[in-house]
Design a protein around this ligand. Structure first.
Ligand code: KG4
Ligand code: ZN
Length: 332
């Protein structure tokens, strides 16, 4: 079954062709970060307008790279939530339009389910049940994946998402948006023990919190000024260590508490080098298996939506023309 996945929930216009929910034939992502960077974050109206411009060329490119035409596609899968309403509507209307024009069925996919199920694209993918930590710009949520379509939220951030903490910290440090990658790169040459930033909620609870960490970076900068040179590397490494420490500890603690042996990390922040390394290390120390999607499948893409759409279709879900975008769609 060939699925065309379409993703326009935030600032990436993406399309991919995936076979049987497992094999990526093409995966095209057109990012808008250069457009939003000067505003320090995503401007929803600009996002929608640029999706409109990019969406058909991106779909065309995905089909071309897969050496397929719309005729070959069996199912259109589109992110219908959660995300920015105007941005979601672009993808959804395009999927409906293509469906109407070609007679091919379509299905609405959940963006977070897409992040979680991107791991299906690994050759050695875990079968449920597993624990999945979604760490992105908008979400930091820990799910128990009991089966495809059967998810239980077992922990979440009480305030900022992990990616949001990265983006806000980058802003404080005068680094470009989105802040994850620049901080990750600067941290490579820094000392993670230079500054002891706070680790919130290390107790029995499976929730996390990042607003204290961000405030602590702010206080540090107010007191010492924006660091330069080695001091900037050290601050980035110390901040990164705090985020990776909290998330990896919670993940393995959750595995122990809930009796899971397979762990999945996903979402844009799962591209983070230190978080990947620490999660892997702590999981292995406890005899747990850590599954990490390749970096290009961590940030928003169309392939993950094709997988989520494929699985939703197999569960009997069908899109109809009344399907509405749901900006706050809760997967559980
Ligand atoms: O999943 P995603 O592409 O979009 C959302 O659904 O939000 O995640 C974007 C987030 C941004 O906050 C970005 O700063 C963060 O992922 N990110 C990273 C890295 N690459 C992207 N955070 C830490 N380290 C990275 N290497
Ligand atoms: Zn995302």
């Amino acid at each position: 079954m060939l699925v065309l996945g379409l993703e326009t929930s935030c600032d990436e216009t993406a399309a991919a062709v995936v076979e049987d929910g497992r094999r990526v034939l093409s995966d095209v992502v057109s990012t808008q970060v250069d457009i939003h960077r000067r505003w320090g974050g995503v401007v929803p109206e600009l996002a929608s307008r640029n999706h409109i411009v990019q969406v058909m060329p991106v779909v065309h490119e995905a089909l071309t790279r897969a050496d397929k035409t719309l005729d070959d596609i069996d199912l259109l899968a589109v992110t219908s939530g959660p995300g920015l309403i105007g941005a979601l509507l672009v993808g959804l209307q395009v999927a409906k339009g293509l469906s109407l024009a070609t007679g091919k069925p379509f299905v609405g996919a959940n963006h977070l389910e897409g992040h979680l199920l991107a791991i299906r694209l690994l050759e050695d993918a875990p079968a449920p049940p597993f624990l999945g930590l979604v760490v992105s710009g908008g979400h930091t949520s820990l799910y128990e994946v009991r089966d495809y379509g059967n998810y239980r939220l077992v922990g979440r951030t009480r305030d900022d998402a992990a990616g949001e903490a990265y983006d806000k910290t980058a802003r404080i440090l005068g680094l470009p948006y989105p802040g994850g990658q620049p901080i990750d790169e600067l941290a490579q040459k820094g000392d993670p023990e230079a500054i002891r930033f706070p680790r919130a909620l290390p107790g029995d609870n499976l929730d996390v919190s990042f607003s204290g960490l961000k405030t602590s970076v702010l206080h540090h900068v107010q007191k010492h000024g924006v660091p330069q040179g080695q001091a900037l590397h050290d601050l980035c490494a110390s901040f990164q260590e705090a985020v990776a420490d909290v998330l990896s500890k919670k993940l393995v603690a959750a595995a122990k508490k809930l009796g899971h042996t397979q762990l999945v990390l996903c979402g844009g922040v799962a591209a983070n080098s230190r978080l990947r390394a620490l999660c892997k290390q702590r999981a292995e120390e406890r005899g747990l298996r850590m599954f990490l999607p390749p970096v290009r499948l961590c940030t928003d893409n169309g392939a993950m939506i094709a997988v989520a759409g494929y699985e939703a279709w197999r569960r009997g879900l069908r899109g109809d023309f009344r399907l509405a975008a749901d900006p706050a769609w809760r997967m559980e």
